[in-house]
Write a new protein. Structure first.
Lengths: 552, 166
């Protein structure tokens, strides 16, 4: 079956650039993840890496891993995928392609600027860049450009949707386009916090224009951004699970209506929750921390709705494929198709990521695990598995579509996604357990003098997970490089499998396709959840200059 | 305006989800605000460059308020050590920790307890604990603070009340 709409060569190339930058970042950043895991297991390669001038320290490696994987791989891949959804979903070109191109290249310039300082070991401040540890000011400028560039691409989406709505009065916005715009709106609300931190605090302070900044205030702006950031990663994976996976698995989307409602709830609830990263910060009052804990528990609801809708859609697909009985439908799903398998495996580990997330968010239970290895254990289930494995699955059809070549080595792709799943499961389980025992995160545990002998079995498992993941990630890079540049030209264009809903899309209530009430609600909630604490912090600021020496 | 159609199974699922999360919210609220399993709070703000001029912070360590019953610990985190590194308190006494930083952010976490605070320069965090069992409790820095971070730790020696001060 031929596609209903085709992107132009220029559009394909533009999206391809996004994916190229994303995969290149993953190729570099993912080298250091296993190096950290190996350090835990007692196989420390950092002295050799230093001799070879690859990384000066564990912490430079950790900064590269965090920034390139969690920020660059995700953001660039997401913008590429969402651009595709906008054009293909609305069956029209972007309204201002040059505006989007401008945003993209601004992101690239920002990335290069920040990357230069990280590679020069001038900014080994990790991806949270907590002050008053200080990087040179162009590093922060680079981050600002990266964020503002992404806003501009988002504005390009808004203009495009606006025009489409004008041309199609009364028609419900196609889900993949609606959800892509929703993701960018959430990103806009989230990144306001970090933009304020960078522009009004970090930049003037690191450039020497102001002497000191209030560290508690800076952390508060950071975490205004830091949690919805994870929903910015997650929502594009949800777009794939709702908007593509049901069809890829051989079925239909169970409920278009509930999919949209979930996205609205994310816009409403995912931003005013930042204090759940600050439960042990002294400068925020316990009552406000508890309120953010409640809001965080509320944002679990749309995730549980997603679980229901996705599983229901998959059950329908499994039964269409001849699966019978209570669980037979599950076995009948195409587990041997790398596009589907990657997303199913992503979803399985994400269930455990969700359980852990509830524990993190639960106010006083957070005392046990704040800043322990549990936390990276948790987000390697979410961003590094649920999100990353899904993005890999997307790339298995999107990259062939963009390049006009066949997916190289289908079998290798299948092996790769299972390896990723196994490696992450082993790594993550060990990290969670270490965290419960009190092992700190962001620490080369292989060199720490306080490690009790009973941790050694778990540390070894972290290393074993690292070996499997190192193999899996470079298999992926190899598959991508071949698919993009060398594989056989395909005879026909890849079929785009956008899922149909079981119900009539026009039956979606009008208020689920109206932006204003939800945006007003989201901003109102954000103002209520943050204003009193921000007023309190700003009126009693304790500016700190920090030591003027490089600590890494 | 068309109305919202929700499948009856999904309705049930969402109801159960909301009930479960509401139960969690109540439980952590009761544990926190009624049973005292509490997060750290702010004691005061203090300029980290002036700790040495402060009568209390120039001499960090243990203060005995009520012998055998109530103690305070003033603890400074700095690159890359805790001051003091060793703390001795009796078992069974309520110990209140006041923790601040002299330079950048650090973490203070005592293994096998729920003592955990982000150490923020300019801010003094306050948290309490009663060590019921005598023994050695390590505390470690849990926030990245530069090259020496992994070596930053200390120990709390909890001794039987009758041996304390001997």
């Amino acid at each position: 079956m031929a596609n209903e709409y085709t992107l132009t060569r220029a559009e394909k190339r533009f999206i391809g650039w996004h994916i190229f930058v994303a995969v290149a970042a993953l190729a570099i950043g993912s080298f250091f993840g296993p190096m950290q895991a190996f350090n835990y297991a007692g196989w420390n390669f950092y002295p050799q890496l230093k001799k070879l001038h690859i990384a000066q320290s564990y912490y430079q490696g950790l900064t590269l891993h965090g920034v390139l994987n969690a920020v660059v791989w995700t953001t660039f891949f997401i913008l590429g995928f969402l651009t595709f959804n906008m054009i293909y979903g609305l069956k029209r070109p972007l309204k201002y392609p040059k505006l989007n191109a401008f945003g993209f290249w601004m992101m690239v310039v920002g990335l290069l600027l920040a990357a230069f300082y990280i590679l020069a070991n001038q900014a080994s401040v990790l991806y949270t860049f907590y002050p008053p540890m200080k990087a040179p000011w162009p590093f922060y400028l680079g981050l600002v450009l990266l964020v503002v560039g992404s806003w501009i691409e988002g504005y390009g989406f808004y203009f495009t949707l606006h025009q489409w709505k004008k041309d199609n009065p009364g028609v419900r916005t196609p889900f993949i386009a609606f959800a892509s715009v929703a993701t960018m709106v959430l990103w806009q609300l989230a990144t306001l916090g970090v933009a304020i931190e960078a522009l009004f605090m970090l930049l003037p302070w690191s450039a020497g224009l102001v002497k000191g900044i209030d560290i508690q205030l800076a952390r508060t702006f950071f975490w205004w951004f830091g949690h919805p950031l994870v929903y910015f990663w997650l929502l594009p994976a949800y777009i794939s699970w709702y908007g593509y996976l049901p069809r890829q698995a051989g079925g239909k989307l169970f409920s278009d209506t509930m999919a949209r409602l979930a996205f609205w709830l994310f816009i409403l609830l995912s931003v005013p929750v930042g204090f759940h990263h600050q439960f042990v910060d002294p400068g925020v009052a316990p009552g406000w921390k508890y309120i953010h804990a409640l809001l965080t528990l509320s944002v679990v609801i749309p995730s549980l709705m997603t679980l229901f809708t996705v599983v229901a859609s998959l059950e329908y697909a499994g039964r269409q494929r001849g699966g019978k009985g209570l669980m037979g439908w599950l076995a009948a799903l195409p587990w041997d198709d790398p596009i589907v398998a990657s997303q199913l495996l992503a979803g399985i580990l994400f269930i455990f990521g969700g359980f852990g997330g509830i524990v993190n968010a639960s106010y006083n239970t957070n005392l046990i695990l704040h800043n322990t290895a549990w936390v990276p254990g948790h987000f390697h289930l979410t961003v590094s598995t649920a999100v990353t494995l899904t993005f890999m699955g997307i790339s298995f059809w999107l990259v062939p579509y963009l390049t006009g070549r066949e997916l190289c080595c289908r079998k290798a792709a299948l092996v790769q996604v299972y390896l990723w799943f196994i490696g992450m499961a082993i790594f993550s389980q060990a990290m969670h357990s270490l965290g419960l025992l009190g092992a700190p995160r962001r620490t080369p545990l292989g060199e720490a003098p306080y490690i009790p002998p009973e941790w050694s079995g778990l540390l070894l498992r972290v290393g074993i997970g690292g070996i499997i993941l190192l193999v899996a990630v470079y298999m992926y890079i190899w598959i991508m490089a071949h698919t993009a540049f060398f594989a056989k030209k395909a005879a026909k264009e890849v079929e785009i499998q956008v899922a149909e809903a079981m119900t009539d899309v026009q039956a979606v209530p009008e208020w689920l396709d109206a932006w204003k009430p939800w945006l007003v609600g989201a901003v109102a909630l954000l103002v209520i959840a943050y204003t009193p604490v921000l007023i309190d912090l700003i009126s009693g600021m304790m500016p700190v200059a920090g030591p003027n020496i490089k600590l890494w | 305006m068309s109305s919202l159609h929700i499948d009856k199974h999904e309705k049930r699922w969402i109801t159960i989800s909301i009930a479960l999360l509401a139960a969690f919210a109540v439980l952590i609220g009761v544990a926190g605000f009624a049973l005292g399993v509490q997060v750290p709070t702010l004691d005061q703000k203090i300029d980290p460059t002036k700790l040495d001029q402060d009568p209390v912070w120039s001499n960090p360590g243990v203060r005995e308020l009520v012998p055998g019953k109530k103690y305070e610990v003033y603890l400074i985190a700095q690159t890359w050590q805790f001051v003091p590194r060793e703390i001795v308190v009796p078992a069974g006494a309520k110990v209140t920790f006041y923790v601040t930083s002299r330079d950048i952010q650090h973490g203070f976490k005592v293994l096998n307890t729920d003592l955990n605070v982000q150490v923020i320069p300019g801010y003094v965090g306050k948290l309490s604990y009663t060590f019921d069992e005598p023994g050695e409790y390590k505390f470690i820095c849990t926030e990245y603070c530069g090259l020496g971070h992994a070596a930053m730790f200390g120990v709390i020696k909890v001794v039987p009340p009758e041996e304390y001060g001997k």
